[in-house]
Design a binder for this molecule. Structure first.
Ligand code: SF4
Length: 339
């Protein structure tokens, strides 16, 4: 373990020569100002970092299966369910998922009961509370409006710098949080079952993180909100009682229809289009699960989850840098131009 001594001087510099935009150099010098070591640290999404000089194969020791196909083959060979697969690899996970679920619920709860202005130069007012109020008045759109209000609540809490759950990232934290809150509070679903739904969604998020990316700076918003929708679609499909093929199909549909989604946060704040996009995302997650349920009665789906993840990765590489979290293209550019 290496650490800095109790007291040291920290100097900041804006130099950055890497092609990957999200990161920083960490250079250490001893008391005689002699260079000791440099780390090039990349933020790769969802709170994870990668150190260029010390590459670590993340995740290897927990899950050996590298694709959904491999997981499925193992499940078939051993006659186990997807939940058996997860909990046999991570016996303590369920307990942790209760903490995650409660953090999601707290986050949404705070978000729908708070009003006022969000920090930053966009001078945006919070809207989750008013959206939620209107959902209690509108019978027709009641469920959709509530789900969107919950996604706004989590997104606004993130924009305010408060505690949220990365699922898979903070920018996309509203999708899974809204699903969990809605199922817990509006549908009174069993807490244990909701944790299992989180575990199911996590399998798909993990595969995307391992085989493509969950970073908007690497793959655009398809990697962030796209992944969140895919995870939530799998969770929703599980909660709807769908079989494993339908769960995979729901996750696949959700990602397929977010392919190419760019990342162009206005003024660099995770607010526009991010917060609203989370609200649309949670609706799309339920839609994907519904479509999976009924399409599977008609024909076998031709595009696998693994296939769509690889497509997302390839598409992300082709998205120009201006549309990958740099706020130099898309809405970010147009907004500055118009305002
Ligand atoms: S637009 Fe960019 S910053 Fe906003 S949620 Fe999507 S990936 Fe994150």
């Amino acid at each position: 373990m290496e650490s800095l001594p109790g007291e040291c001087t920290v100097r900041f510099s804006l130099d950055w020569d890497e092609s990957f935009p999200n990161g920083f150099y960490l250079s250490a010098f001893d008391e005689n100002h002699v260079f000791v070591r440099k780390w090039t640290v990349f933020s790769i999404g969802g709170g994870s970092i990668q150190i260029k000089e010390y590459p670590l194969p993340w995740n290897d020791e927990v899950y050996l299966e590298k694709s959904y196909r491999e997981i499925r083959e193992l499940m078939d060979a051993e006659g186990i369910s997807l939940l058996d697969y997860v909990y046999s690899h991570e016996p303590d996970l369920k307990e942790y998922l209760y903490t995650i679920m409660d953090a999601m619920i707290d986050c949404v709860e705070r978000g729908i009961s708070t009003e006022g202005m969000l920090p930053g130069r966009l001078h945006m007012n919070r809207t989750a509370h008013r959206l939620y109020e209107q959902s209690t008045e509108s019978l027709l759109e009641n469920n959709d409006l509530r789900l969107m209000a919950y996604a706004f609540a989590a997104g606004e809490e993130n924009a305010a710098g408060h505690s949220c759950v990365t699922a898979p990232t903070l920018g996309a934290c509203g999708v899974m949080s809204a699903l969990v809150y809605y199922c817990a509070k509006d549908r009174n679903m069993d807490r244990s079952r909701l944790c299992d739904a989180l575990a199911i969604g996590g399998v798909f998020g993990n595969l995307i993180k391992s085989n493509a990316t969950i970073s908007g700076a690497v793959g655009g918003c398809q990697a962030e909100v796209g992944t969140a929708v895919s995870m939530a679609a799998a969770s929703a499909a599980y909660l709807m009682g769908l079989d494993i093929d339908r769960i995979e199909y729901a996750a696949e549909i959700a990602m397929e229809h977010n392919l190419g989604l760019t990342c162009d946060p206005v003024m660099g704040y995770v607010m526009i289009p991010c917060i609203e996009r989370n609200a649309m995302g949670v609706l799309r997650a339920f839609d994907a699960a519904t479509l999976s349920r009924y399409m599977s009665n008609i024909r076998k789906h031709l595009v696998s989850f693994d296939m769509v993840v690889e497509t997302m990765k390839q598409t992300g590489m082709q998205i120009p840098i201006e549309l990958k979290e740099t706020a130099e293209g898309g809405l970010a550019k147009e907004y500055l131009h118009e305002s």
